[in-house]
Write a protein that binds this ligand. Sequence first.
Ligand code: NAI
Ligand code: MG
Length: 358
Amino acid sequence: MSRQILCLPGDGIGPEIVAEALKVLDVIKQLFSLDIEVSHALVGGAAIDAEGTPLPAETLKLAKQSDAILFGAVGGPKWDDQPMANRPEKGLLGLRSELDLFANLRPAILFPQLAAASSLKAELVAGLDILIVRELTGGIYFGEPRGVRTLENGEREGYNTYVYRESEIKRIAKVAFEAAQKRNGRLCSVDKSNVLEVTALWRELVSGMADDYSDVELSHMYVDNATMQLVREPKQFDVVVTGNMFGDILSDCAAMLTGSIGMLPSASLNEKNQGMYEPVHGSAPDIAGQGKANPLAQILSLAMLLRYSLGEIAAADAIEQAVGEVLDQGLRTGDIASEGCRVVTTAEMGDAVVQCLQ
Ligand code: NAI
Ligand code: MG
């Protein structure tokens, strides 16, 4: 039976970079004889314009039926006046919660050709390849009760609740252990178990799962130390697993070690290994429609889709390798341009990846 990919280009540069990823998918389907069907739907501002809502019922229905979603980006100044409940970003958040996409996978990979773009010294980041696994639908961002209340003395107090159930911890840890198995076999679980009960439970449960993954070397680190270590010696990490808030911060930090927002893909998975794959960056309205956008984060997101939701490892490897070759050839979009390189358009970059694959 053919597998279904739903394509949600969204707004701004979204449609431009998704078009390049689809060129790549066409070639990959031929090369690896993959039976994949692609459908398209509206999300974000594009959906607001056409249907008055950022996540139309039809889009959600197609999303639930698909094996994986290739998502571009949403948002832009055109919709800034929309009420909060009807902003383009609600399309993205709605999909995350409706599909229960609890596992956010964010690789921070430094392509050696781009070492100069990192904020760290070249020798610290050369060969950097980390995967941050962040819990995405629980923790303090979602815990109840929450709010701002007024105390008896008239002073106001803000409060949130940091809560994780056993099942939530175990399911994200499972994703991380399995990712480590497929990579270099090392998993670092990051918590604050010396201070927070919820993360002491986290550490206990993750430790308890280690026996089931004897091929993975598990370590634990407090989040403050992990932040320091990420900047001090990032290559000590392979896979990092952590809760929603720590993961939010750590994944941005790790991503920036690679220096280039146009290169960073991400995956958000649920328990059925259904996933949504998107670049880390937004819709870049400042460069939309000018052929300047870097399509590589979107193309690398497609590689993640093939790897994690469809299990097509060889196809994913081929795409990642082709991206490396294109960089070797000295082709660069503006965001990653450096001296001596040839600046190309969005479409030229996509074509170059296609050519390398062929
Ligand atoms: P942004 O990531 O869209 O852009 C930040 C800067 O990076 C801009 O200068 C942009 O030109 C550049 N940039 C981003 N992607 C690039 C690419 N592929 N190639 C070359 N340059 C690139 O973030 P910003 O400006 O804060 O947000 C713009 C819009 O995107 C807003 O409406 C925001 O809400 C939305 N957004 C959507 C996200 C999503 O759909 N997942 C995530 C982040 C922001
Ligand atoms: Mg963030």
